[in-house]
Design a protein around this ligand. Sequence first.
Ligand code: G
Ligand code: G
Ligand code: MN
Ligand code: NA
Length: 261
Amino acid sequence: HGLTTALPTALDRGEFFIEYQPLVHLGDGSVRGAEALVRWLHPQHGVLSPDRFIPLAEHTGLIVPLGRWVLEQSVRQAREWRDRHGGEALGPLRINVNLSPCQLTHPGLVQDTVEILERTGVEPDALCLEVTESALIGADDDLLKPLRRLAEMGVDIALDDFGTGYSNLANLRRLPVSVLKLDRSFTQSMQQFPADPVDLKIVEGIVSLAHSLDLAVTVEGVETGAQAEQLRLLGCDTAQGWYYARPGPPDRLHELALVDA
Ligand code: G
Ligand code: G
Ligand code: MN
Ligand code: NA
């Protein structure tokens, strides 16, 4: 239908834009970075969420140039935050960018990323690439090679939506990941305080395993202070969700970060 025909030219027309959702340190509440979330300002339909067009972009192959554009814009934005905000005490604000499985298999991924970091003067360790757990299930060495290269350079790799698929915990050891992003469903089960004892045990187990493998744990979808407190007590490191801020324009992130600087 309409979206399919409009998508190929949307990038050239400048119809995509990026919102940023803060990543907050659970220990001290400080803003440490943000996840980049792409939107499409469609001339007829208004703002479309990625769920509406990312699958289409993957299907048509546009995801490769679109993903490269998102990466470049987001890393430029991180550079701008660093220039304006400094962040000597906590380190520069970090930027998380989602990678679709098609980008993983595209041969230009490593070189594109290196070039973008060089052009912008952003350190690799200020960048985190998010890959879904399902994209890496059964991944062979060829698929993991580019991620390993990036990880060796200092880029963080996060396993997104962790815990939703058939998590193969033993498999974690061979993946070049340094962050687990715990799926929103775990946060939702922390609605009451105290939360369901079985869910508490599961999250406790995941956190303990992650930390023993030197992985940081980020939780998604935090909507209440009670959830944040529960997840902090369980040892989670970083949180993201409407309780802190909805995805928004880049200047808002800058303001949020300055408040507690
Ligand atoms: O904020 P929200 O509704 O917008 O995001 C919905 C989904 O879209 C999330 O699962 C997120 O991972 C995905 N997404 C957002 N931005 C990008 C992007 O730039 N590339 C890819 N591949 N996925 C994205
Ligand atoms: O990459 P990923 O699938 O995790 O993208 C995050 C998605 O979750 C986006 O659609 C974002 O808008 C949404 N989101 C972010 N914070 C919250 C929250 O606190 N509650 C809910 N229900 N959704 C959220
Ligand atoms: Mn994500
Ligand atoms: Na997610």
